[in-house]
Design a protein around this ligand. Structure first.
Ligand SMILES: CCc1cc2c(cc1OS(N)(=O)=O)CC[C@@H]1[C@@H]2CC[C@]2(C)[C@@H](O)CC[C@@H]12
Ligand SMILES: [Zn+2]
Length: 258
C-alpha cells in the first residue's frame, strides 16, 4: 500500500492492511458521549511541570506539525489517572480545512476545528520508543486539547508564527529558547475525560492513557488559517489529518468532573 496518509487511496479505511490492530478493541480516537461516561471522584487534577527547552525544533513530518525537543530536560506530567511520572516527549496538532472538522476526539458527535496532543512517556521505561512498545495502556500519556476559533492564543503564537517556515514536508526550524510551553496549558488541569486507547496514526499501538480536556483552548482565525497553509508529502493541504472515531467496545470513559 502507498505510505499511509489521509487521502482516499491511503487513508484510515486502508490502515488495517499494514496495521491489523486498526480493528483492535482499544483504538483511538473515540466519540466522548457524555451520557455514557462515568464520573470518578478518585481522579485528581494533573500536574504538568514544563521547563523551557534550550534546543527544540518545530517540524513538518508529512502528517502533522510537531514541537520536538532534542532531549528530555525534566519536563514531566504526574497526577490524574497516572500512577507514575511521565516525561514530556513532543506536542503536535490535527486540524481540518474548515471550522466544522479537524479534531480527532469528538464530544457527543461534535468535532472541533483542531486538536493539540501533548505526548508523555512512562518514566519507568528507558526511552520513549520502549514506552510505546511496553505493552498495555500505560506506556504513553497524551493530553488532548480541543482548539476552537476565538481570541488569539498568545502562548501558541510563537509556534503558529513558525508555521510558514515549515510549510513543506520534511522541513524544520529551531524554536527560540524563550518559548514558554507551560503557558499553553490552562492554570489548572482539572476537568477531563480519560480512557485507555492507542496512537491515532499507524502503527496504532494500544499504549496510550488518553486524557482529553473538556474546556477547549482558543486560537484566532488567523492562527487556524496558518495550519491550513501547511502541505503534506503529496503537496496537498495537510488539513484533514484526523482519524475518525473508533468503536469503544467494552472500555469505560471516566471523567474527573460531574
Ligand atoms: C503519541 C504520539 C505519536 C507517536 C507516534 C505516532 C503518532 C503519534 O501521534 S498520536 N496522534 O498521539 O497517536 C506515529 C509514529 C510513531 C510514534 C511513536 C513511536 C514510533 C512507533 C516509532 O517507534 C516508529 C513510528 C513512531
Ligand atoms: Zn496526535
Amino acid at each position: 500500500m502507498a505510505p499511509w496518509g489521509y487521502e482516499k487511496d491511503n487513508g484510515p479505511a486502508h490502515w488495517h492492511k499494514d496495521c491489523p490492530i486498526a480493528n483492535g478493541k482499544n483504538q483511538s480516537p473515540i466519540d466522548l458521549i457524555n451520557g455514557e461516561v462515568k464520573y470518578d471522584s478518585g481522579l485528581k487534577p494533573l500536574t504538568a511541570k514544563y521547563v523551557p527547552f534550550s534546543d527544540a525544533k518545530f517540524l513538518n513530518n508529512g502528517h502533522s506539525v510537531q514541537f520536538q525537543p532534542s532531549a528530555g530536560n525534566g519536563s514531566e506530567l504526574t497526577g490524574g489517572p497516572l500512577a507514575v511520572k511521565y516525561n514530556f516527549e513532543q506536542f503536535h496538532f490535527h486540524w481540518g480545512n474548515n471550522d466544522t472538522e479537524g479534531s480527532e476526539h469528538r464530544v457527543d458527535g461534535k468535532m472541533y476545528p483542531a486538536e493539540l496532543h501533548f505526548v508523555h512517556w512512562n518514566s519507568t521505561n528507558p526511552s520513549f520508543k520502549d514506552a510505546v512498545g511496553s505493552g498495555g495502556p500505560n506506556g504513553l500519556a497524551v493530553l488532548g486539547f480541543f482548539l476552537k476559533v476565538g481570541a488569539e492564543n498568545a502562548a501558541l503564537k510563537p509556534i503558529t508564527d513558525l508555521i510558514p517556515k515549515v510549510k513543506d514536508a520534511g522541513t524544520s526550524v529551531t524554536v527560540p529558547s524563550n518559548f514558554d510551553m507551560q503557558a499553553i496549558l490552562p492554570a489548572t488541569l482539572t476537568d477531563y475525560y480519560t480512557y485507555d486507547g492507542s496512537l491515532t496514526t499507524p502503527p496504532l499501538a494500544e499504549c496510550v492513557k488518553w486524557i482529553v480536556f473538556k474546556q477547549p483552548l482558543e486560537v484566532s482565525a488567523a492562527q487556524m488559517e496558518a495550519f491550513r497553509s501547511v502541505i503534506n508529502r503529496d503537496g496537498k493541504p495537510m488539513g484533514g489529518n484526523y482519524r475518525p472515531p473508533c468503536p469503544l467496545h467494552d472500555r469505560a470513559v471516566k471523567t474527573s468532573f460531574k
